[in-house]
Design a protein around this ligand. Structure first.
Ligand code: SAH
Length: 287
């Protein structure tokens, strides 16, 4: 059944005391990894009220369609190779808008506090005495991999998961990382912004003792209709990514969790190819 014609005013749903966005406030919200259905109700409530929506490059147009028709939409990201707006300029623009009495929704891809510089933005707002609300979002490491059929934790695979950024403020593979301790201590590592430095990351992991045969999955445009997934290994990952033509935004999952997509692939044209990818030889759950 199509719900496209359902009355707009039925969202957010009745029966809950949804917060009112007051003039002069900034709500800093995550938009999720792409699929508009992964927005939170608080984010939707913000979109319905905001006078101004300041959004990043990874926020899907279909999410912006939920904004008020008369809302001002301000793009504050990097697109088409143009230099990105300076982080501090964006934060100060938010302060200005709030001081002008606007109801401001600052919308970021995924979760605002996960590799999104939301912490810095929020701090600048607070330092300028602008009242804020934080609305978490579904981060790409969790939601994006779920759409590729990869659970970030699985009892037969890992007891911890590490979220890693593929580059630091200089744009290089992060210099401050203790590769040895991550390689030894983290069975599953999920890398944001890691395509460009993947060769270097893989080399560091293998130097620190991880096997070149370790499974790796790379997911481009996760949760979107054009989602692409590459299954490879640590040893071949950089070469395979280059040959595949995958481009950002993409997530890299390193570890045996990546194998689970052979059973759990479900989105788009994806189909399972192996119902026991971890080779347990018994049902997933014993009675
Ligand atoms: N705050 C965001 C991350 C911002 S950093 C979050 O919580 O998800 C930007 C990186 O996120 C991209 O380079 C990519 O690695 C990842 N990313 C975000 N959306 C994605 C998507 N739909 N598909 C694949 N990767 C995505």
């Amino acid at each position: 059944m199509s719900t496209a014609d359902a009355p707009a005013e039925s969202f957010p749903p009745p029966g809950h005391d949804w917060p009112e966005m007051l003039p002069g406030w900034v709500w800093l919200a995550g938009a999720g990894p792409g699929d508009p259905g992964l927005l939170t109700l608080h984010a939707l409530n913000g979109l319905r009220q905001a006078d101004v929506v300041v959004y990043d490059a990874l926020v899907d147009d279909r999410v912006l369609d939920f904004a008020r028709k008369d809302a001002e939409l301000i793009f504050a990201g990097k697109r088409g190779g143009k230099p990105s707006a300076k982080q501090r300029d964006i934060s100060l623009r938010l302060v200005e808008l709030a001081r002008a009495g606007k109801r401001v929704l600052r919308l970021k891809g995924g979760d605002p506090f996960v590799f999104g510089r939301g912490g810095e933005e929020a701090q600048t707002l607070v330092q300028h005495h602008v009242p804020i609300r934080i609305i978490p979002g579904i981060t790409a490491a969790i939601g994006g991999l779920a759409y590729a059929g990869i659970p970030v934790t699985h009892r037969d695979v890992n007891q911890s998961v590490t979220f890693l950024t593929g580059h630091d403020a200089r744009g290089e593979a992060p210099a401050a990382i203790d590769w040895e301790s991550i390689a030894k201590g983290s069975q599953v590592v999920v890398v944001y912004m890691g395509l460009r430095t993947l060769g270097e990351l893989a080399r560091q992991f293998m130097n620190a003792g991880r096997s070149p045969d370790e499974p790796v999955a790379v997911v481009q445009d996760a949760t979107l209709p054009g989602q692409k997934v590459l299954e490879t290994t640590l040893g071949r990952a950089a070469e395979d990514v280059a040959a595949s033509g995958l481009v950002p935004p993409a997530m890299v999952c390193i570890g045996r969790a990546a194998l689970m997509r052979r059973a759990l692939a479900w989105w788009g044209e994806d189909k399972p190819t192996d119902l026991d990818p971890l080779g347990r030889g018994r049902p997933a759950e014993e009675p």
